[in-house]
Design a protein around this ligand. Structure first.
Ligand SMILES: [Zn+2]
Ligand SMILES: [Zn+2]
Length: 367
């Protein structure tokens, strides 16, 4: 009995500590709580989604990595998104060299968030003639001195904030309730320390070419459309579409996790995904999670649309924000909880309170 109580108490303590991590605004985008089980290294699984086209699916890490799309052409390779750190890009670059020795000629950044572009420099080092393409809005944000969640200035902000994260992990480690917690925190600590060292040595490589509307690249025999379909996860989201192969890479405008709305435009986002659904697509390389069939676009758009409608209705009914967080979470659970809880990260119940708050602020209050 006593032992059962103790275990319950310890579990409760671990949950409280995890909740504290979840609430840190700097970690909401793509960070994980320090108690989460993560891989021992920045690794990727190359999943073939077409002839010469791969989804590089990122393993879970304390400092999360985005997926990449790898597109081979007759005279080189194009990589979409470069993860959170040079070591991760280096790891994928090695994998790419395992399937083709052609040079990486172009990088495309889908949006400005830190976990999608901070590895750009690796490809520039491998090819000084590298072209880096993004939307003009993304480049503007990458170079905005006040930008949060990504961009050159955010590197310094992270250098200032990560030591605090490290201290917090050390403090939790000192009172880790069991061996499993201790092992996970030790892994998170090592990952956070290594990440800080990489941030300090980072040589950011910015886009060399920007586009402001949809453009088509003819690359070594392959047609690659860079689609700009409207605001969604950010105001500069780029969709990389291969019409022949029927593959699209979406960045975080579509994920197989719960979406991150902080830099997003919820109502526009629904329209943008609806526009994406008009393309002839068989496979979707999402920003985080495994590649999905086209039906996931409809599911994901449905979640955003239903979330907005539910928050509006709850607000109109006089619910407080706290009441809304519980009510909307329960209301949408039957339709979305299972499909939004496939991975250890970005799960429905962890994220929906923040999603509700963001929609309330952006759509109802229009803050
Ligand atoms: Zn991301
Ligand atoms: Zn993002």
């Amino acid at each position: 009995m006593a032992e059962g109580l103790t275990r319950r108490t310890l579990l409760a303590q671990a949950t409280i500590a995890a909740a504290v991590y979840t609430l840190d605004p700097h970690e909401l985008c793509c960070g994980v709580n320090a108690y989460a089980q993560t891989a021992g290294a920045d690794t990727f699984e190359l999943k073939k989604v077409g002839d010469g086209v791969w989804a590089a699916v990122a393993a879970a890490r304390y400092k999360v990595n985005s997926n990449a799309a790898v597109i081979e052409t007759n005279d080189g390779v194009i990589v979409v998104d470069t993860h959170s750190k040079p070591s991760a890009a280096q790891s994928l670059y090695k994998d790419i060299q395992g399937v083709t020795k052609k040079p990486v000629k172009k990088i495309i950044n889908t949006h400005f968030h830190w976990d999608h572009w901070q590895g750009n420099q690796v490809y520039l080092q491998s090819n000084p003639g590298l072209e880096i393409i993004a939307s003009d809005r993304t480049k503007a944000r990458l170079t905005d001195p006040n930008q949060m969640n990504g961009g050159v200035a955010f590197i310094d902000k992270q250098i200032a904030s990560v030591p605090g994260e490290i201290d917090k992990i050390k403090a939790d480690l000192a009172k880790a309730p069991n061996a499993e917690s201790k092992a996970r925190l030790e892994s998170s600590l090592a990952q956070a320390q290594a990440y800080l060292a990489e941030l300090k040595a980072m040589k950011p490589a910015l886009p060399t070419r920007t586009i402001s509307s949809t453009a088509t690249l003819m690359e070594g025999g392959r047609e690659i459309q860079l689609q700009i379909l409207g605001r969604a996860h950010t105001d500069g989201d780029l969709f990389v579409y291969l019409p022949k192969e029927k593959v699209v890479a979406t960045g975080d405008a579509v994920v197989d996790w719960m979406p991150f709305l902080n830099d997003g435009y919820p109502e526009d986002w629904v329209q943008t995904v609806a526009a994406l659904e008009k393309l002839d697509v068989a496979q979707v390389i999402v920003g985080h999670g495994d590649p999905t069939p086209k039906s996931h676009l409809t599911f994901f758009r449905g979640y955003l649309a239903d979330l907005i409608a539910a928050v509006k209705a709850a607000a109109a009914g006089g619910a407080t924000l706290d009441e809304m967080k519980t009510k909307v979470a329960d209301q949408l659970a039957a339709r979305y909880e299972k499909g939004m809880t496939k991975y250890p990260l970005g799960q429905y119940r962890d994220r929906i309170p923040v999603n509700v708050e963001q929609v309330y602020n952006k759509v109802v209050k229009k803050a």
